[in-house]
Design a protein around this ligand. Structure first.
Ligand code: F6P
Length: 323
């Protein structure tokens, strides 16, 4: 491998820029040429590609979003689109790819790598933390901290008005942000997709004591068709427990923005450097993850399996501490 291409794809996540910087600088340090590909796979299909030197990634470690921009690309889901992407890569002399993104992006990488003989290395970049084989993902810690800041503020109103707030957080079909966000913000409960078929989480929450001792409450609800979202629970409470004064806050995209935390910057820097190590070792078609503070290589097929488990211990901690 002489020249690598780097792209960010799918939803942006804080720390993506730190990862771009790390991949670029580590590649140059190891004698490789680097090309930045704009707008995710779209830039590969349309040839929006630019050579990156060390100074192209100066002053970006602290920035949210992604300087390479990102997109969810339809063309790349077709064989014709991927052929165009491959042709552009060859034209640019790119012989390996580093893809920073979530499960959709790594799924794309997996298909591309199967069709063409191109080493692809993935970095887990998503606030959702829903990639299997890594303890955490780039952007997750920052999003959690953003949720804390928001819930701390909502708590003032919840307490003053003695209200029950349902705060909807992102995560797609994963409950990590909701569960850990609830623990860290001292919320009374989290409603997460992982348990949505097992128990009626609203009933549990009400039964477990909403209002034995407190007259305000905050419940974090993970967005997902499986939970039905915060509005759904607010409607239910209005109908089933009209004595409670209910409000809903949907945090939305403010969870995706902002300057990355120290943890996310360090994670992105380590994973970015490890991506280049992997390329130098002739690894291909793996996501770089972190497990017990050690770098691990996770085959794409495993990373995108979509069944990263939620620790029961965390569920119990939340329950015990919200009495
Ligand atoms: O994957 C990151 C994420 O923010 C999810 O939590 C959310 O479901 C989705 O992206 C929203 O996507 P978009 O920004 O395209 O609406």
């Amino acid at each position: 491998v002489k020249c690598i291409g780097i792209l960010t794809s799918g939803g942006d996540a804080p720390g993506m820029n730190a990862a771009i910087r790390a991949v670029t600088r580590s590649a140059i340090y190891n004698g490789l040429q680097v090309k930045g590909i704009y707008r995710g796979y779209k830039g590969l299909v349309t040839g929006e590609i630019k050579e990156f030197k060390s100074q192209n990634v100066s002053n970006i470690i602290q920035l949210g979003g992604t300087i390479l921009k990102t997109a969810r690309c339809k063309e790349f889901t077709t064989p014709e689109g991927r052929q165009m992407a491959y042709d552009n890569m060859k034209r640019e002399g790119i012989d390996a790819l580093v893809i920073i993104g979530g499960d959709g992006s790594l799924t794309g990488a997996r298909i591309f790598a199967q069709e063409f003989d191109i080493p692809c290395i993935g970095l887990p970049g998503t606030i959702d933390n829903d990639l299997f084989g890594t303890d955490t993902t780039i952007g997750y810690d920052t999003a959690l901290n953003t949720i804390l800041g928001a819930v701390d503020k909502i708590r003032d109103t919840a307490t003053s008005h003695e209200r029950l707030f349902f705060v909807e957080v992102m995560g797609r079909d994963a409950g990590f942000l909701a569960l850990n966000g609830a623990i860290a913000s001292g919320a009374e409960a989290a409603i997460i997709p992982e348990f949505s078929t097992e128990v009626d989480q609203l009933e549990e929450f009400i039964k477990n004591g909403f209002r034995k001792s407190k007259n305000s409450s905050i419940v974090l609800v993970a967005e997902s068709e499986l939970t039905g979202g915060a509005m759904h629970y607010a409607e239910r409470v209005k109908n089933e427990y009209p004595q409670y004064d209910v409000r809903v806050t949907i945090l939305g995209h403010l969870q995706r923005g902002g300057s990355p935390t120290a943890n996310d910057r360090i994670l992105a820097s380590r994973l970015g450097a490890a991506a280049i190590d992997a390329i130098m070792e002739d690894q291909r078609n793996v996501m770089i993850g972190i497990e017990n503070d050690e770098i691990v290589y996770v085959p794409f097929s495993k990373a995108i399996k979509n069944d990263k488990p939620i620790k029961k211990e965390l569920v119990n901690v939340l329950k015990e501490l919200s009495i």
